[in-house]
Design a protein around this ligand. Structure first.
Ligand code: GLU
Length: 499
């Protein structure tokens, strides 16, 4: 049997970690078993569904390299958008009415009531109306030009048993289940229960991975399957995803949109890896998995029943790992994107923007210092924004005694002027070689003058970058180039002399 899975989001908000976990697990199971995966848009809540959220679902899946075999208008069961399939649901609802498994309800009209049946407890007052009463209501509805909702005639007693692939056997007593949920709303649109079951059946879905949030809907769904005399798919109810505070994911604790995380500089492979571990593990030691690994290793029996915790620190840690692992050229590309966004013309107009080697050298200088791609551009600030000399001088005064600064200054200037290459050098290995030469000379200089090599480097860092915290300064010196370094030193000289 070919496995057929589906991701069935409601486009009422941007995709977040929880939704992506559901998608990823459906996808991994489908690909592991050489099955198919369908994207079905469950937009029956017309007032809250928006095209921009459908676009977000597609964009997030694409960013994480998750592909669908059937979606939108494309595939043997198209359309895969529920708002375009209302006649199908109405037809199936009629079948249930004919089988006396559903009934028109004339006694619960307002929407609030429809949505919170369980809490308010629908009193089933329309379930056993006499023929006369029905006639009277029909007349009244006709006059008001209103349509009654249709409700499912749930059993009043007995048990419903679910054999779930993760939470195993769950049993409900029908009297504790939502009393006669609505199937078809006044506007003729189906509710989630009807549309979801009809579509899973018609689209031949064999396996359903969804969050445990939906577990309480299962008795309704199972009863619907039996009412239609259909076989239900195999359900796998995934553990909840909680924030670090142990509560439902909130904005503060990880309920961030997937797109927002990508924009913040988390890499797609980081998100895939971290999301895969929300409720699944391979063994106690392995932490890093690429999509290929996950497809190969994915095993339902390793999915946990208890809630998973989404941890932002762990996400940073994964991201740092993948940044470290990234090829130099790939990181250079991200640096270019970041700098274009951050510095605009002052980057694009510079000779560096076209210099792949420069960007690659920057990649090596920053990669061990960042958790996210977004942290790159501030570390390279000084290349594209000339540091404010007065500010640097203030930092000098804070850090060192005047004499030390003055004394070092001349020597450093000489060394730098004599050792830096005339032409720009940006190839990383060459940059390191020049940096090494400058380092050897500076060390000798420091020994002769009996001053601290660390302090000398710090003073160079402050003059050239306006900051006391940068990637290694000697390679930066080489990348900045002799002219820029000398000019900056000369400009600073008057200030230093005046100290
Ligand atoms: N449309 C539901 C959602 O938004 C799908 C639930 C299910 O998978 O059955 O998550």
């Amino acid at each position: 049997m070919k496995h057929r899975l589906r991701y069935a989001p409601s486009p009422t908000g941007t995709q977040h970690i929880g939704g992506m976990r559901t998608l990823l697990f459906n996808y991994l199971f489908a690909r592991h078993n050489k099955g198919n995966i369908v994207l079905r848009i469950e937009d029956t809540d017309t007032s809250r569904s928006k095209q921009e959220y459908i676009d977000d679902i597609l964009a997030c899946a694409k960013a994480l390299s998750i592909s669908f075999d059937e979606l939108l208008q494309d595939g043997p069961y198209a359309p895969y958008i529920q708002s375009q399939r209302t006649d199908i649901y109405q037809h199936h609802c009629q079948k249930l009415l004919d089988l006396d498994k559903a009934y028109y309800c004339y006694t619960s009209q307002n929407r609030q009531y429809e949505d919170s049946d369980v809490r308010l407890g629908y009193d089933r007052s329309s379930r056993d109306l006499s023929k006369d009463e029905i006639k009277r209501y029909q007349e009244e509805y006709r006059k008001k030009n209103m349509r009654p909702v249709v409700r499912l005639k749930m059993p009043l007693e007995g048990n419903c048993i679910l054999h779930d692939g993760i939470v195993e056997t769950v049993q409900w007593n029908y009297k504790d289940v939502s009393p006669d949920p609505i199937l078809l709303k006044q506007d003729g649109m189906p509710t989630y229960h009807l549309a979801n079951v009809v579509d899973d059946h018609l689209m031949n879905i064999t396996d359903v991975f969804r969050s445990q949030e939906w577990l309480s809907s299962s008795p309704i769904h199972l009863f619907l399957y039996s009412a239609f005399e259909w076989t239900p798919p195999k359900y796998y109810h995934l553990p909840l995803v909680l924030g670090e505070d142990g509560k439902k994911l909130s904005k503060r604790y990880g309920a961030m949109g997937v797109h927002e995380l990508l924009k913040k500089g988390y890499l797609p492979q980081t998100l895939i890896n971290a999301i895969a571990l929300l409720g699944w593990s391979y063994d106690e030691r392995s932490e890093f998995f690429t999509m290929e690994h996950l497809i190969r290793l994915f095993d339902v029996s390793a999915i946990s029943k208890s809630p998973a915790v989404f941890n932002m620190k762990k996400l940073d840690w994964f991201n740092q790992h993948y940044i470290q692992e990234m090829e130099r050229g790939a990181l250079a590309l991200l640096i270019r994107e970041q700098c274009e966004q951050q510095y605009g013309k002052s980057f694009i107009g510079s000779s560096w923007a076209q210099d792949e080697k420069f960007l690659q050298s920057c990649a090596e200088l920053v990669r061990s210092r960042i958790h996210t791609v977004q942290e790159i551009s501030p570390l390279l600030d000084f290349f594209f924004k000339i540091p404010n000399i007065e500010h640097s001088i203030d930092m000098f005064q804070e850090k060192f005694s005047r004499n030390l600064v003055k004394m070092q200054y001349k020597g450093i200037n000489d060394i730098v002027s004599s050792l830096l290459p005339e032409c720009a050098v940006t190839d990383y290995e060459e940059v390191l070689a020049y940096a090494k030469r400058v380092e050897t000379e500076l060390r000798r200089f420091c020994q002769e003058r009996q001053c601290s090599f660390g302090k000398v480097l710090m003073s160079l860092r402050i003059v050239l970058t306006g900051s006391s915290n940068t990637p290694p300064i000697l390679p930066i010196l080489v990348l900045l180039g002799k002219k820029r370094v000398k000019d900056t030193i000369n400009k600073t000289k008057d200030y230093i002399d005046a100290l």
